[in-house]
Design a binder for this molecule. Structure first.
Ligand SMILES: NC(=O)c1ccc[n+]([C@@H]2O[C@H](COP(=O)([O-])OP(=O)(O)OC[C@H]3O[C@@H](n4cnc5c(N)ncnc54)[C@H](O)[C@@H]3O)[C@@H](O)[C@H]2O)c1
Ligand SMILES: C[C@@H](O)[C@H](N)C(=O)O
Length: 369
């Protein structure tokens, strides 16, 4: 089938079914790395009805364990391999396959893909915005060199590849309210620069080598049972821990800083939905996805409805504030809604109720012990 996959579309979008064959993939080579001519043979063993065999990189961060849980429910526990360079906690280690994988080690990646017969790859390893500014060379290595390894291994082994991008892929010269899918992208963080690079490289590999690359630009993600890894939107996670535990919170962004946000369940569902969407429904390979936008002040008002003694104070972190001021205030995700039916379920009131229920019950358990 590879021989008939056409690389270039001419004139009209694939959604209309009007593809014009221009160059078969074999004329351009299967991947940019030197690989044996039959390296794609193993993909022939999988029929369309088989469950994918999934690898998640950077799986021990804020989002990876939740994604593994969702995918394991869908595809079976043993079909989803979680990986990271960190040691997993017991409950994660015992919940399904876990292996060490450093995305900077290409040979290790290739071995994992081959030995586990991987067909889908979710690439979550990254250094986020604030921590990336604190360690630019490491962020450049992980987010850019690591991505190159991921793209190559995915192209070589004919994988379906998901790479998350972010609101951070936009900058101060982008339209900020709302921010459409296609507009100026001149971010001023190494994180943002690396994510624009990932979007462009993934799309390039799609058109040049036929790679099935799919990408969503996530807003700030809010989760109850996992900690964020050094981002600018982290305040919107921490506020719930502190409200439930101490009844107060010191915010490192200004009260009126508006940013797009999403509850983790919506984020992970969007990720699975775009990966399962028929290729013909995707008029683009990189989509904004959105749920809500709020400021720290508005979030605090909503928390107050549940925790009447709650107090918020502000101690602004200059680095994070400058980053937030350059990011979208509101995301336009109409293309995702139109093309593959994206619909969020959590708005601000449901988010706050869910988060406080989780932390409230945790706090009560801790107090009882
Ligand atoms: N959390 C959010 O709000 C958010 C928003 C937009 C996009 N994203 C994207 O989603 C993805 C997952 O985000 P997250 O919040 O879970 O990130 P995180 O920072 O919590 O986790 C990233 C993981 O990458 C791992 N990692 C670092 N270097 C590695 C290497 N060399 N090899 C393998 N793994 C390595 C880390 O150990 C860590 O567990 C990232 O690509 C991020 O850019 C997240
Ligand atoms: C927005 C997102 O990419 C991440 N939470 C960060 O703040 O860096």
């Amino acid at each position: 089938m590879l021989f008939i996959r056409m690389l270039k579309r001419v004139g009209q979008s694939p959604a209309c079914g009007c593809w014009t064959p221009v160059l078969p993939v074999r004329f351009l080579g299967v991947s940019p790395r030197q690989i044996p001519a039959d390296a794609n043979f193993h993909s022939a063993f999988f029929s369309g009805t088989d469950h994918p065999r999934v690898l998640i990189t950077g799986g021990l961060g804020q989002l990876g364990v939740g994604l593994a849980n969702l995918l394991r429910k869908r595809f079976g526990k043993d079909n989803v391999v979680l990986s990271d360079i960190r040691k997993p906690p017991d409950h994660v280690f015992h919940s399904g396959p876990f292996i060490y994988s450093d995305i900077l080690d290409y040979k290790n990646l290739r071995e994992i893909v081959v030995n586990n017969r991987i067909t889908w790859l979710f690439h979550y390893s990254a250094l986020l915005s604030a921590i990336g500014e604190a360690n630019v060379s490491l962020a450049r290595a992980v987010n850019i060199t690591g991505l190159h390894n991921i793209l190559d291994v995915a192209a070589e082994h004919n994988l379906r590849l998901f790479v998350p991008s972010t609101i951070g892929a936009f900058g101060p010269t982008s339209p900020r309210n709302p921010t459409p899918d296609l507009c100026i992208q001149r971010p001023r963080t190494i994180y943002g620069v690396s994510k624009v690079h990932a979007e462009l490289m993934g799309e390039y590999y799609h058109y040049r080598y036929g790679l099935d690359f799919r990408c969503l630009r996530y807003p700030g993600i809010i989760s109850a049972d996992s900690q964020p890894g050094g981002g600018t939107t982290d305040y919107a996670v921490q506020i719930f821990h502190d409200a439930a535990k101490h009844g107060k919170f010191e915010c490192n962004l200004e009260a009126r800083t508006r940013l797009p946000m999403m509850y983790i369940d919506d984020c992970l569902r969007a990720t699975l939905e775009v990966m399962e969407a028929p290729a013909e429904s995707l008029s683009m390979r990189t989509y904004n996805v959105s749920a809500m936008s709020f400021t720290p002040e508005e979030l605090a008002q909503e928390v107050l409805k549940h925790v009447p003694e709650f107090q918020i104070t502000y101690n602004v972190d200059a680095v994070r504030q400058a980053i937030a001021d350059s990011w979208p205030m509101k995301f336009d995700d109409s293309n995702a809604r139109k093309d593959w039916g994206w619909k969020h379920r959590f708005d601000l009131p449901e988010l706050v109720t869910t988060m406080l229920n989780f932390h409230g019950s945790e706090t009560r358990v801790a107090q009882a012990n």
